[in-house]
Write a protein that binds this ligand. Structure first.
Ligand SMILES: Nc1nc2c(ncn2[C@@H]2O[C@H](COP(=O)(O)OP(=O)(O)OP(=O)(O)O)[C@@H](O)[C@H]2O)c(=O)[nH]1
Ligand SMILES: [Mg+2]
Length: 349
């Protein structure tokens, strides 16, 4: 059985390298170059009797999770907001079809540390299509053990009057990856899900890896049953304090997943806790230097260029939908679907 930390055999490694289409660890300088263009000027939003020295303005001190008050003058990633943008994105997701004749739905797996917001992301995307905030995938509270224990697949669809409007998107929820060995999802089980061997509803247990003896084991999964894209979900407010072992775990996982020809992207959650200005106005998300830096940190953790990472604010405490929060979530889905179709392009004969 493969655990995180198990060395990758030389065979796997060589073919992995050949198959890895992206995501080789990005040197800090490379990552920086995509973002430094936006750095020059800052606007101070609140003063808080802050005796801000000149040094602080030019070299802002980054403290993750703290209230951070600096905003860049211009967005470092172009983004449009408003009702029309929301409707266009909704339509684009609704009309999405996997670029493969035999496949009806795109299966997307969310993987990430315990409590990162995987289930919340599924519920939030479902909320956007339902027209109201709902808890589809059960959400826990931040703790050291995963709240989600079973493999659950959610077809994103309209609710109420729009119940007959399913999208071709299926989001798969699994147990979170733990900090220590033997806690949370194992590498073996993560790969079993991606290959389509794990049955729906499978209860994860590090002592009982998915195998031929697992009830409902899918011996020969069809392309429909396999995962077509993996989304790493990282908590932006904790990205600076994750255990060092996570970096090795994720990079090992990424090598194996790339070897299966499955593309990966990442979603940075909890951005409302990284930047207070973005909490009150989510359209500031791409002006926040704290969020920008959290994305760079997430890229370093995952060995992934920041262009693969998108920020989101999940619906957690709000009871009503917000147009711009919807847009950020829909943008994330749109981003994911681009990489889903690369899977079909790569695997079409
Ligand atoms: N403020 C804020 N809280 C969030 C966000 N996303 C998730 N949360 C909260 O984080 C906690 C964990 O969320 P879950 O969705 O259960 O996380 P998970 O990754 O599914 O966790 P496990 O199933 O335990 O691995 C919950 O209390 C959520 O309400 C976010 O974007 N912003
Ligand atoms: Mg969960």
């Amino acid at each position: 059985m493969l655990h995180f930390g198990t060395p990758i055999s030389s065979d796997t490694k060589s073919s992995t390298t050949a198959a890895v289409p992206f995501g080789s660890p990005v040197p800090a300088s490379g990552t920086k170059s995509s973002t430094t263009a936006a750095v020059p000027t800052f606007t101070i939003l609140a003063t808080k009797s802050d005796r801000i020295s000149k040094k602080k303005l030019t070299e802002p001190k980054f403290s993750l999770g703290a209230e951070f008050l600096l905003l860049l003058e211009n967005d470092w990633r172009k983004m449009k907001w408003g009702a029309e943008v929301r409707e266009t994105l909704m339509e684009s997701v609704r009309s999405f079809q996997p670029a493969a004749e035999t496949v009806t739905t795109a299966r997307v797996l969310l993987i990430g540390p315990v409590g990162a917001g995987k289930s919340s992301f599924i519920s939030s995307v479902q909320s956007v299509f339902s027209g109201r905030v709902i808890n589809r995938a059960m959400v826990g509270s931040s703790s050291s053990t995963s709240f989600t224990k079973k493999l659950r697949s959610y077809n994103i669809r309209g609710a109420g009057e729009k119940a007959d409007e399913p999208t071709a998107l299926v989001l798969c929820d699994v147990m979170g990856v733990g900090e220590g060995e033997g806690t949370g999802l194992t590498l073996h089980d993560a790969l079993s899900v991606i290959k389509g061997h794990a049955p729906e509803g499978h209860q994860f247990s590090p002592e009982q890896p998915v195998g031929a003896e697992t009830a409902g084991f899918v011996r020969k999964p069809s392309t429909n049953e396999k995962v077509h894209c993996v989304v790493f979900v990282i908590d932006g407010s904790r990205v600076g304090s994750y255990a060092k072992s996570f970096g090795a775990t994720f990079q090992q996982l990424r090598e194996h997943i790339s070897n299966l020809g499955v593309h990966q992207v990442a979603v940075l959650t909890h951005v409302d806790q990284v930047c207070s200005a973005s909490r009150s106005d989510i359209t500031k998300v791409y002006r926040s230097q704290a969020i920008q830096q959290a994305m760079v940190k997430a890229g370093e953790l995952l060995g992934m260029a920041t262009s693969y990472i998108v920020p989101v604010k999940n619906y957690c405490s709000a009871l009503d939908l917000d147009q711009n929060t919807d847009i950020l979530l829909l943008k994330a889905v749109d981003h994911i679907l681009q990489y889903v179709n690369l899977y079909f392009q790569d695997n079409s004969d």
